[in-house]
Design a protein around this ligand. Structure first.
Ligand SMILES: Cc1ncc(COP(=O)(O)O)c(C=O)c1O
Length: 339
């Protein structure tokens, strides 16, 4: 029997409209390396959503987006302040250190969110030639724990970054889920947070593959064409990434997909909260549920469902929903867990 996916939104397939767009882009030749019409149209879509000054560059994957963004934001003696469990710290195999050549300064995070107090503690010895110089704050929206920074929290981080001359990078692998959760548009999130560079996720929101690096601070974009190429993130047949973004952003597909994934997470959380032996550990703001459950239950559920054990010590699992999660799949999971 095929297992049902609650492991990751990366397990999900491609949204049918996105697949159609890929097929439609497959009509004969087109200019390579981003000189094609679909790429220009997708760049314009990003301007529509994020403001005319937004400069979009398409890349293959999220790690490539984050690392390339950090390459553009730091020099070799500079550091990035981020959450101790940020994707750039725990899930990119040291690529920021190897490729961007920058040190990561880690901040403890409650429910995946960092605070001004935490950042302040890492902001040391500025101007001291012996000490690495903090240059960037990197936050994930939504976070690795499925939580979402509120607009007030973003405002506070932004004010702090500006006061201390730090850039703000947002890992928006799931920014669509954050926008759906906050019931606001993408531009509001970016403006309130004072984002300089955004890694914009497509893969987890219904695309086959592809992410974008968006510069809201045009000075930082100056060398990005070359950085992207050096980082091996320049797609020759770029139109097939661009066409996916075009369809995702040209109507509300991006938002509808995210709304659905978030709603499914709420439905799952509601069901699991009724089961005494299961304890939900993080606020469910977006499309992930973290829960502690007995190991025997995890073993049994693993025979029918894909999901990750997040923290073996705590017996904590991560359940994730996506644009194609079905309500019946969740109902079956909750029923099996209850039994
Ligand atoms: C917060 C976050 N950022 C970035 C990524 C993108 O990573 P990848 O390089 O696998 O596309 C992920 C993927 O799981 C993620 O969860």
């Amino acid at each position: 029997m095929k297992k049902i996916n609650f492991a990751s939104d990366n397990y999900a397939g491609v949204h049918p409209e996105v697949m159609q767009a890929i097929c439609a882009a497959n009509k004969g030749p087109a200019v390579a390396y981003g000189g094609d019409d679909a790429t220009e149209a997708a760049i314009q879509q990003f301007k529509h959503h994020l403001g005319n000054h937004a400069e979009a560059f398409f890349v293959f994957n999220g790690t490539g987006a984050n690392v390339s963004a950090l390459c553009a934001m730091t020099q070799s003696h500079e550091a990035v302040i981020c959450a101790e469990k940020a994707h750039i710290q725990v899930d990119e195999c040291g690529a920021p250190e190897k490729i961007a050549g920058c040190k990561l300064l880690l901040v403890p995070a409650t429910h995946g969110k960092i605070t001004v107090e935490g950042i302040q503690a890492q902001l040391q010895r500025m101007g001291d030639q012996h000490y690495v110089q903090a240059r960037v704050i990197s936050i994930s929206q939504s976070t690795e724990y499925g939580t979402v920074y509120t607009l007030d929290e973003l405002r506070e981080l932004s004010a702090f970054a500006k006061t201390h001359g730090l850039y703000l990078h947002m890992d928006g692998a799931r920014i669509a889920n954050a926008a759906a959760s906050l019931q606001t548009d993408l531009k509001t999130i970016i403006e309130v947070a004072g984002v300089d560079v955004l890694s914009f996720g497509g893969t987890k929101n219904g695309m086959m593959m592809g992410e974008a690096v968006i510069f809201l601070n045009p000075l930082l974009a100056k060398s990005f064409l070359y950085i992207r190429k050096q980082n091996m993130q320049l797609a020759s047949k770029m139109r097939f990434i661009s066409a996916q973004f075009q369809v995702l952003l040209s109507n509300d597909l991006w938002l509808n997909n995210a709304h659905h994934a978030n709603a499914m997470a709420q439905h799952m959380a509601q069901g699991l909260r009724k089961i005494n032996s299961i304890h939900i550990t993080q606020p469910v703001d977006a499309n992930a549920i973290f829960a502690i459950m007995p190991t025997t239950l995890i073993e049994k559920l693993h025979t029918r469902y894909h999901f990750h054990v997040w923290d073996e010590r705590l017996s904590e699992v991560r359940l994730m929903t996506s644009f194609d999660t079905k309500k019946e799949e969740i109902d079956a999971f909750v029923r099996d867990a209850a039994q």
